[in-house]
Write a protein that binds this ligand. Structure first.
Ligand code: NIG
Ligand code: FE
Length: 414
């Protein structure tokens, strides 16, 4: 199976070689080739360059005149396996209740847990696959999905099995994360440490034995799990070879960034509360700071200090946080727009953050996130646009024309 894309107005994010992530001021540029070709064969990027060097091909030819060609988006943080929806809480929030207040009343994550426990594995899979098809049509080629709406052994395993089935049946690249410590379930209220013991002694061993997770996550924040509990869970997971990606500093200066970096987390995510000390800890750590502007937007919360972080030389990844409570959208182009408008990132910084840096935050930077020979052929072709800046600028317009995953052009239109 061969595809030759010809006459691309611009081929974006090329020649990153072995660079694992883009940091600081380097984030403001995107290496690109104008008037370019891209040759894909058997799921792999074979060659690319200027049109004057374009080879012949007997395969499928795509004319990309006037269009941008770039790596498919990598979305390194989602909770897209969930049951039902939570629009009633959305209205409560509009009326003035806070996210934490809703959680204290037994709503929020525990509301989703109640729904999920009463939903069959088959139904859960169907609901999640609709979301997968939608995000592919919006240009996403790799996605991380978390458990965390089960909150008991059986239901957490059910969620992770659904994620495994999506991996087996969808062309999108998937990474699975075990998030048993997402919230204390209602039946354990007042007995949080007993629940943490169960996460460590019952859930983790079974998840590891069935090989159901690539990573572990903890919601380390005010009103959820403490830094000590987080430390215990991350250490236990490390014994099973699981690296962590944690929810940190969404609601307060929780110490989550520090405990994540100390445990060599692959990423720390949210980071609305990030100060000088947190920036210092993150510097040269190998932990990818990941911002989720969809959640701050939807909950009307503080914006993370992206500008300060980039100016201090940090890399940044962006992800959708697709979930029913704080960000019911997996549209990565919209995430780029929010990053540009509300975090004051320029479009080039936003593109680095949704491609190579987000691939790094899933441990996939050697396979995905840039146009390099030998990388997986997960490619997006846009509609005719003036240039990269137009993508986040036209924030409500669908500008993804074609999506190629594993070197194949599926019918991903919804
Ligand atoms: O990333 N912050 C914790 N977890 C999710 C929200 C989950 C929910 O409300 O259902 C988040 O925002
Ligand atoms: Fe999240």
């Amino acid at each position: 199976m061969e595809i030759l894309i010809k006459n691309a107005k611009s081929l974006l994010q090329v020649d990153r070689g072995d660079t694992p992530m883009i940091c600081g001021k380097d984030m403001s540029s995107i290496p690109s080739i104008q008037d370019a070709f891209l040759l894909l064969r058997d799921g792999i990027i074979i060659d690319y360059g200027k049109m004057e060097d374009c080879p012949e091909s007997q395969g499928t030819i795509i004319d990309a005149r006037g269009k941008l060609v770039m790596p498919a988006f990598c979305d390194s943080h989602t909770h897209l396996v969930y049951a039902g929806s939570r629009e009633k809480e959305y209205v409560d929030k509009i009326r003035g209740l806070s996210y934490e207040e809703i959680a204290r009343r037994g709503g929020g994550i525990n509301n989703s847990a109640k729904l999920l426990r009463n939903t069959s594995e088959e139904d859960l899979y169907k609901q999640a696959m609709d979301r997968i098809k939608e995000i592919i049509s919006l240009g996403t080629g790799a996605v991380e999905i978390k458990s965390g709406y089960g909150l008991d052994v059986e239901s957490e395993i059910k969620m992770l099995r659904v994620i495994r089935r999506i991996k087996e049946t969808s062309p999108i690249t998937i990474r699975a994360t075990f998030l048993g410590a997402h919230s204390v379930p209602l039946e354990y209220r007042g007995r949080q440490s007993v629940y943490v013991d169960m996460v460590i002694n019952e859930m983790l061993p079974q998840v590891a034995e069935e090989g159901l997770a690539d990573f572990v996550d903890v919601f380390c924040d005010r009103g959820f799990f403490t830094t000590n509990e987080t430390d215990r869970i991350l250490k236990a997971a490390a014994n099973y070879g699981l690296r962590s990606k944690i929810h940190a500093n969404e609601l307060d200066f929780s110490g989550g960034i520090q405990v994540g970096v100390k445990n060599n987390a692959l990423s720390v995510d949210h980071l609305e509360f990030t100060g000088e000390e947190e920036i210092r800890v993150l510097k040269n750590s190998g932990t990818m700071p990941t911002l989720l502007p969809g959640a701050a937007f939807f909950l009307g919360m503080d914006w993370p200090p992206a500008r300060k972080m980039i100016d201090a030389g940090l890399p940044l990844a962006l992800a959708s946080d697709f979930n029913p409570g704080s960000s019911p959208s997996g549209d990565m182009k919209l995430i780029m727009s929010l990053a540009c408008i509300k975090l004051r990132m320029i479009p080039q910084e936003a593109l680095n953050a949704v491609s190579l840096n987000s691939a790094y935050a899933m441990g996939l930077e050697k396979e995905l996130g840039s146009i390099d020979r030998g990388k997986k052929a997960n490619i997006v072709i846009t509609k005719e646009v003036p240039g990269l800046e137009y993508l986040p600028y036209a924030y409500g317009t669908k500008l993804i024309d074609k999506v190629i995953l594993n070197g194949e052009m599926g019918n991903y239109e919804l």
